[in-house]
Design a protein around this ligand. Structure first.
Ligand code: NAD
Length: 350
């Protein structure tokens, strides 16, 4: 066996009720003026957090938005300067974590992440910002949160319509790494346990959204899957999701959730051993079929047509996705990608 592995500077506190640790953790690091970040929808969560940390809260910026628009980052940066913030605390999903990362990159502000979806961004060094309809992304260890607090109690009210796709978005990060052309054994270990935890917990979360045991399983899985992406690779699956999200504004989590089964089927013969490991973690005999069934169990949105795409959009998406080479276990051609998108549009069994 031969491999290389470099971890990211992760610090994680995980457990029900662990949000209560936030004031002490800020004090321990001498962080005294936090700008609390949220989306407008989660303003109440931001206020609760500000109340929890009391005088350590310098202000709230509640305008976080999907795809981290540069104008929004500039507004948050101005707000941080006005209140003389010495760190940010993001409470929310990948959009809000993404804003904290952007401020870490642009203003050097330490960012603390309190994830309330399963996006897993808090475990990665990937940042993204959108300007004039173009999303720029990169990897930089400075955006890895100073620490993250995973409290499953904060996810009890996450609507089922977000929970299902978000859980599959997390799973995708692990699946692409188990089915990589040269899988890394440490990343695979993280990823397999992440897939297992999500497969176990996600259907139960949809049946009973306030089931704390199931919520804990899925949040734990999201942490591991995010870690796999943080130190791992992406391939055709992420290229397609990035294309559809970036050029057609489809919902990030739904796009991942719908495409995952087809991406797995696309690579299955090229990486048979990894694909079998994914199937084993899911407890099924066929990985792509198992993911397809899981999608139907946990989400009402199961095909690309439901995301508002048209057949003409698929042609353009296939062009854009194959404009530049994409590292992927199975060879990538425009025709094969168009076929994959067509099947996902129709919602066919992969
Ligand atoms: P999101 O952050 O946009 O959240 C979706 C909606 O759910 C928002 O309105 C949010 O306020 C709400 N919400 C979140 N938690 C809630 C809760 N507990 N209760 C009620 N409402 C809640 O969606 P997302 O899928 O978490 O993140 C998507 C974004 O994250 C994309 O822009 C994607 O590119 C990015 N992302 C980045 C990485 C990375 O490594 N950089 C990884 C994954 C996703």
């Amino acid at each position: 066996m031969q491999f290389e592995f470099a971890a990211l500077p992760w610090e994680i506190i995980f457990g029900a009720g662990s949000i209560a640790r936030l004031p002490d953790e800020l004090d321990r690091r001498q962080l005294r003026r936090a700008l609390v970040l949220s989306t407008p929808e989660q303003r109440a969560h931001a206020q609760q957090l500000a109340d929890l940390i009391g005088g350590r809260a310098a202000g709230i910026f509640d305008q976080a938005a999907m795809h981290v628009p540069v104008a929004m980052v500039a507004a948050a940066e101005a707000s941080a300067a006005t209140v003389q913030a010495d760190c940010t605390v993001s409470i929310g999903g990948g959009s809000t974590t993404g804003l904290g990362k952007a401020l870490a990159l642009r203003a050097g502000l330490p960012n603390i992440a309190i994830p309330t979806t399963y996006a897993g961004s808090e475990m990665t060094n990937v940042w993204g910002m959108t300007d004039a309809g173009r999303k720029q992304t990169g990897r930089d260890n400075r955006v890895v949160p100073t620490f993250a607090i995973y409290d499953p109690e904060l996810t009890l009210d996450l609507p089922a319509a977000i929970s299902g796709p978000s859980g599959l978005n997390a799973m995708a990060q692990a699946v692409v790494n188990v089915t990589a052309a040269s899988p890394n054994p440490i990343i695979t270990a993280l990823a397999i346990d992440g897939i297992r935890a999500i497969a176990r917990g996600l259907p139960a979360v949809i049946r009973a959204p306030r089931d704390l045991v199931a919520r804990t399983d899925v949040l734990y899985g999201a942490c591991l899957c995010g870690a796999a992406l943080g130190v791992g690779i992406t391939g055709l699956h992420h290229r397609l999701c990035h294309t559809l999200g970036g050029s057609f504004n489809t919902s990030h989590a739904d796009t991942h959730a719908i495409l995952l089964a087809y991406s797995v089927a696309y690579n299955a013969s090229a990486v048979a051993q990894g694909t079998a490991r994914v199937a084993d973690a899911l407890g099924v005999s066929d990985a792509a079929g198992g993911i397809f069934d899981l999608l139907h169990e946990v989400s009402a949105v199961t095909n690309l047509e439901q995301l508002g795409l048209t057949a003409a959009d698929l042609d353009r998406a296939a062009d854009i996705a194959t404009e530049t080479p994409c590292a992927n276990p199975a060879p990538v051609s425009r025709a094969a990608v168009r076929e994959l998108l067509g099947r996902a549009f129709a919602g066919e069994r992969p």
